[in-house]
Design a protein around this ligand. Sequence first.
Ligand code: NAI
Length: 368
Amino acid sequence: MKKSGAEKMSCVPYDHPAFDAHEEVAFFHDATSGLRAMIAIHRHWRTASAGGCRVREYASADAALADLLRLSRGMSYKSVMAGVDFGGAKAVVMGPLPESGEARRAALLRIADWVNTFAGAFRTGVDFGLRSEDVAVMHERTPYVVGLGAFDPAATTAHGVHEAILNAVRHRLDRNDLKGVRVAVQGLGKVGGALVDLLRADGAAVVGADTDVDRAAAAARKGVRIVPVEIIHREEVEVFSPCAVGEILNAATIPELRAAVVAGAANNQLARPEDGLALHRRGILYAPDYVANAGGLIAVAAELGEHDAAWIGRKMKALGRTLSHVFTVAAEKDIPTQEAADDIALERIRERDRRFGHNPRPQLAVQR
Ligand code: NAI
């Protein structure tokens, strides 16, 4: 029988190119509102698995599934490099959600019901398209949301990026401080804004750009020189720090970079794997994003494990050491830093797989 295009397209995760022995992939559908979401657990390991809840308008369920599988796997990479116990997980909601009001609230409570089906084995929080007020609404229905505690994930992410910049500058420029070092920050939002404060306190000369004029104006008041968003990556600086959107390091921007170091918070900064090689060939030291921006996950780990600020401080220092290790391995092997980080992360994931095996979910629920 001749198959139609629709029949050939598969949403079965096992066959998907991004499938990486994920332990659970769940599909949810609310028949009344039409709301659809997916939750994937890449690994359970020994504690709850964690990852944000992303709301996006996907072109298809297949596109949402691809994002889900990649992002949940990425969380395992981030977790092992940050030295926290979580296995990687993620939720994606096929948006749009209603902008506000009762309809948005109802959708958020429905998503919370779906989070509850994991009985605590999955913890989630803010991600693209979800606001902290939304997470607070979800918290009315589920205890398994994170990021509402004492430690602000964005501020902690900024601290991690700051640590990454210090380490990269030490490796690439042989300098132990940032006094007078020129840093270009792309995106002056929650993370970028907090990073600016840390850099200014170090005596760095900061140039910034943001599509939001109010955020740019707020940074200007702190002494940041503001330039148009189109040219921020071309600024003559020692460090370029992408803290806005992904895929900013690409075939068009890399030849134009004048920085010696790239270290920022944005997820998925490399548009394609080849772009890591392009940076390497240009002698630009790139701090792999999932290592540099793991501060948010560390804040969540502190919240769930009831750790204090000193614990976070130690994890931050460890993050810096991990990054140094990545830089050293990359230099020794003459490979892109992203490749070195992936190799180290994969080895750590295999090690945890060997140690913890495949933890059955019910057991996790009982442990809590
Ligand atoms: P945010 O939404 O508060 O800030 C992003 C800023 O970038 C906004 O002010 C926006 O106007 C600006 N922007 C958007 N497109 C731009 C462009 N083309 N050029 C310049 N500015 C542009 O987000 P947040 O929380 O500061 O996160 C920044 C990045 O870090 C995101 O990519 C996020 O995924 C990533 N990240 C955030 C974490 C967190 O805990 N907030 C944790 C790990 C990663």
